[in-house]
Design a protein around this ligand. Sequence first.
Ligand SMILES: [Ca+2]
Ligand SMILES: [Ca+2]
Ligand SMILES: [Ca+2]
Length: 700
Amino acid sequence: MRHSIICTAACLAVLASMSDASAGEVLELRAGSIPVTSKVAGLLTQQGSSVPEVFVAQWQMPVSFEQQKQLEARGFRVLRYLPQDALVLRNVGIPSTALAAEIGARAAFPLSAQWKLAPELVRESGRSKKWVMVSLFEGSDVSSVVSALRSFRDIHVLRLSAGEIAVSATLESLFQVAAIDQVEWIQDLPIWSTLDYAISASDIDTTTAPPALTGYESGTKLMGFDEALLRGFTGKGQVVSMADTGVDTGNVATLHADLKPVVTKGYPLGIGATLWDDPQGHGTHVCGSVVGTGAMSNGAIRGGAFEARMLPSSIWSPIMDNLAFPSDFNKLFSPPLADGARVHTNSWGSPRNLGEYDGFASSVDKFVWENPDFFVLFAAGNSGEDKNADGRVDEGSIGSPATAKNVLSVGASENLLAQGGIQRPHGQLRDGDKKYGVEPLKSDTLSNNPDGIAVFSSRGPTTDGRLKPEIVAPGTNIVSTRSHHPRATLLWGAFDDQYVYAGGTSMATPLTAAAALVARQYLVERAGVASPSAALLKATLVHSAKDLFPGQYGFGQQQELPKPRPNVHEGYGRVDLEHLTRLVGSTVFIDSRQGVASGSSAEISFELDSGKGFRATLAYTDAPASPSAGRALVNDIDLEVVAPSGRVVSLQDSKNNLEMIEIKAGQAEAGAYRIIVRGKNVPQGRNGKQPYALVVSSSR
Ligand SMILES: [Ca+2]
Ligand SMILES: [Ca+2]
Ligand SMILES: [Ca+2]
């Protein structure tokens, strides 16, 4: 190996110079940026003031790991980080006076009830009652909160999970609920939906003759699965799990022949469910895209990782006749994790409150933070529309939980299929005149240009300015396995008795999960990474992706992608396994479990040959943020590249936990590069440090 890791010691002076001039003066919350005025800050600084059980303390400087250890030793529990330089603390029985001074903070004050209410609840304020979700701080006594709530008038209470309660109340009463110390956040209840793009029956291509096979049916061809297969990578030895409407008959003995050898166990998790059969059809299609063997089509239509093993969960509720599960991500992810799954794919989400980092995004982030080898994918959503009628799909339509930081959010690009499924122009689809009524969108079709982004694919960024989606994969007119359940729908139409067409970010996501399984097998077998972290899988998939710039309408006024990657339409581009499975040999993979602390850095060197481009990708699983925070990034580490001439390239990104620095061939100097990972501010590290993954290579 020609790289070495050098850690430099923490340096307070550097730390101080790196911190923002305004650090520690504003609380960045969803409710707005709150200046910590003397009026707010004075609340817990007066002698004799009583200290609430949960409060915020804000420091003048980034709060160190050592300071937090001292706080814990004095009887405080650190519950959350809030930007800037603030912690939410639980006071475990210290009847303190002049609290701020005592703990060295510049201010300490209670959490205001209005900061705990999702802005949409306040916006939609009416006198009528509605059901909302109340999230409690970690370690709260749920029973005591439930009793407190039951004592309020006109409130109905339902216990959901270890940390969440559903409540029916008026907005006025919600302020009372929010005033309870243990309550962290109140938001809308989700409406979970499968993320296949909804069409009407009349949209379906009714060509009667079955189309001749072209090899593009499954969507895998455009992603380089054929090349990966030739090199021996099929997802073999990998275990994957999914949550969806169920799979086919839900019985391993009678399952679809394409799925029977690879699906070995299922989990019924829907409310009131005892089975994991698929009465809808969506989950069976998704499952086939990941692991379908193609047994019923002589291998013509098969999933990308057909030698992996699949453990599906059904979150379909027979009582609700829809997706409904306890919304407890521990219950969703823990069983397959315990049974060996390291990749979990999700083709569902909530199309409400688009772009928001909500309680569910935070819960998913928490699970991955606690289980950093569990790689979770979520479909970005199908809320892409051109509302302002400028011929370009609008931004800001990512659904939760795809807004989470520690997942891979997958958008849909176009497949290449001229017959079958949906072949109508966008403007003629259901509501197409309203959503896509302006050229070039109007007369374009869904699967005629693989360099295009599916018109419906949800676009980033998130409300707090993070780049989403991170990646795209084909998600239009994808052919995959058909559920044999008598009630199952035909999605985008039947291909034959065994397969159906479908489209949506729902279809792009399992294909990307299959790519993650191939990537995982490749990293284990060829790169010598025994157990790749979720961050390394993300970095590797993103690093090798293909930029689709300028998109399907060429350059000029109608250009689809306004700038090269990363952009909020394609993220870092389309999954490219042909590229990924030839990385070893000229690529450095680092999966640092130790990580970097605030003010420290790690460094490697990389020798670039002349005529080549340079690319470095940094990804990390960040600590979960409070849904009340106005900026979801907690631990901020930076990628810095020093070219042979000494020129420094750094993005100074304080929003994303994924960064790429690319220097194109022709612009890159040959010679020794230094690649530095800097711990800028790590308030919630693992023992004070933020683990990370780094992939560095030359490019063509
Ligand atoms: Ca537009
Ligand atoms: Ca098109
Ligand atoms: Ca950063």
